[in-house]
Every structure is written in C-alpha cells, then in structure tokens.
Design a protein around this ligand. Structure first.
Ligand code: ZN
Length: 343
C-alpha cells in the first residue's frame, strides 16, 4: 500500500486560490512592508535566516514572488536580506524593492562586526533598520537595547535612516512549549521592557512593531503602546499567526485599526527559498488580503502547527475577515507606507 499523499502546507484544504471575488480593495498599489526577498540556492535551508548567496545565487525565486505580488496588487516590497544580496536583486527587480538592514551579530563576534554590517547596508542605501529580538535570540545577546544596537541606531540616524523595525515577542502559545523556561526566555510581558526603553531613548525614530507588534492576542496592549508612543507603528505580517489570532477577535482588531488608521502597515513576512512553489507565495498574499479587507469566513487553507484542533474545529484555524473600511484599507495597504518612506 502506498502512503496517502500529504497536501502541501500552503493548501491543506484543497482551496481554490483563484477565488478572489471577496476582495474589496481597488486603491493604489499595496506596499508589503515586511518580507524577506533574497537570492536563493539549492543549498537553502528550509527555515532560519535566508539568502546571502549574492551573485552566486539565483534571483528567480525573488522574481517569481514579486510577480505573484503584482497579481495581488503589491507594487513595492521592503525586503530584509543579507547586504550582499541587495545589488543582484536590484539589478533584476529595480525599484520594486526597498531594503531593511538586519543588525545582528553572533554572541562571540565583536561589536565591530555589527558596525561593519551596518556600513555595508548603509552603503547599499537601506531605508530601515531591523532589530530582531525574539526570545530565542536572547542567549545570543539579541536584545533590543544591546549597547551595540544603541550605537548602530545612532550611526544609522546620522546616515539618514529614520525608521526602525523591531521583532519583539512571539505567539502566546509558544510559552506553552518553546519558552516554558521563563528563567531563560523571560515571560511574554517582559519582552517589551527593552523595546520601550529604546523608544524612550530614540523618540525621533519611526518605530515599527513587526507581526502585529508581536501581540495580536492582546489588542488592548497594542492600543496602550500606540497611545503612549506617537511614532509607534505596527505591521500585519506573519500570516499563520495573524490568521489564527486576529480571526477570533476580528471586531476588536477592526475597532483598533480604525481608531489608529495611520499607524498600521501591510506586511506578509514571505521568505524566498529555493524550491518554494508559486502557490506558496499565492497562499500568503491571499490569506493576508482576505483577512484584512473581506468578511470571508472559513477554514484557513494554510497548515498551522501552532493550532490545536478541538472537537468542533477543522484541522486549521478559522479565518474570519476583519473587513476594514475602504478609507482605512487605503492607508494600511498603501498610503501609510509611502508617507513613512517619503515616496
Ligand atoms: Zn520577518
């Protein structure tokens, strides 16, 4: 007997992604403010940091993702990729891409390594600095307000960079497994203290909290931060996470975004990797647009390992569209990003 064929992760419900009649947005081109468009290679890993192949890699996956994006109305994508990938991606994709500089270093690397990385990015003309500070990065010293990151921000500002994106937090559910050891990883709440310190230290920066500020589970917390920090913005990226956690509180999230319509930015968190099919990219854009602009209601087509099926549920979480009003959508999808980027 042969094994039953497992459906692909990007379509476990045998969904027809060509069904788009529920899309309501017809405004100016969308900006995907959070993506990882990189050079790819057959040696790509399936997870973790992507890209870095420079001219030796291929730009075909990047071009395929951009073409799928265009089909979904995306006109501009802001990518996080290693600095050496920027030139070959620009050569192929031109002004459809802008770049966000990830300022990281390994625990045993000197601070000079981080500053050299920053210089490479600045020479390549980045517009944004990214401070990845998930709890799993703590051991490697990747906290938001590490001294070398404070210095990097100072240098970036001098060079004309005015936007800083931060990944802080992770899904609540990860504290039931990956982050159970809170002595090591901290509680979810405690993740925010270093981030708030940074915003207090650099109020002149435009701040962006990646992945619904890392806390779609608590719209009241997001509101508190939006209230306290007038330069704080939030991107909608990480599709599985947002589908799973925004859907059950769609009304609260709609009310929140409608109260702060200039503070949210569309993002996918798509990552290019060798061998990913066209439909993988389609699935994320389809779910993101369905979630924000429609009142579509049904099982998410994407496999979600963080979802625990219950007796009544299907194998995937319910995707329940937030149905943002047209004028709010226009800001979130397009105008907020263009304003921040000075376009
Ligand atoms: Zn990301």
């Amino acid at each position: 007997m042969s094994e039953p064929i497992k459906p692909p992760e990007h379509n476990v419900t045998n969904h027809d992604y060509s069904r788009r009649e529920h899309f309501t947005y017809a405004g100016p081109p969308i900006t995907d403010f959070h993506a990882h468009v990189t050079m790819t290679s057959p040696d790509d890993k399936t997870a973790g940091p992507a890209g870095g192949w420079a001219e030796k890699g291929s730009s075909d996956s990047a071009a395929m993702m951009m073409d799928v994006g265009t089909e979904f109305g995306v006109g501009l994508t802001v990518s996080m990729c290693p600095a050496q990938d920027i030139a070959p991606l620009r050569a192929r994709l031109g002004d459809r891409l802008l770049f966000n500089a990830m300022i990281n270093k390994k625990a045993d690397e000197s601070v000079e390594t981080a500053y050299r990385t920053l210089d490479e990015f600045l020479e390549a003309g980045v517009k944004i600095i990214k401070l990845w500070s998930a709890p799993r990065g703590r051991e490697r010293g990747l906290v938001v307000d590490a001294p070398w990151r404070i210095e990097s921000l100072r240098r970036a500002w001098k060079a004309g960079v005015k936007i800083a994106m931060v990944h802080v937090g992770d899904p609540d559910v990860w504290w039931t497994h990956t982050y159970q050891d809170t002595a090591k990883f901290g509680t979810k709440d405690s993740q925010y203290a270093p981030f708030l310190r940074m915003m207090d230290m650099f109020p002149e920066f435009i701040w962006i909290g990646a992945h619904m500020g890392g806390d779609p589970e608590h719209p009241d917390h997001l509101e508190e931060m939006l209230n306290r920090y007038p330069n704080y913005h939030i991107d909608t990226s990480a599709t599985k996470w947002q589908v799973r956690e925004v859907s059950p509180r769609a009304e609260a999230i709609r009310a929140l975004i409608t109260r702060y319509p200039t503070r949210f930015l569309f993002g996918s968190d798509l990552v290019t990797r060798h061998g990913l099919t066209r439909e993988h990219y389609v699935s994320r854009y389809w779910c993101q647009r369905t979630l924000w602009e429609s009142v579509w209601n049904g099982p998410s087509p994407i496999s979600d390992p963080d979802f625990t099926p219950t007796g009544e549920s299907g194998q995937t979480p319910l995707l329940r569209g937030v149905g943002l009003p047209t004028d709010v959508l226009r800001l979130v999808y397009s105008e907020n990003a263009r304003k921040l980027l000075g376009i």
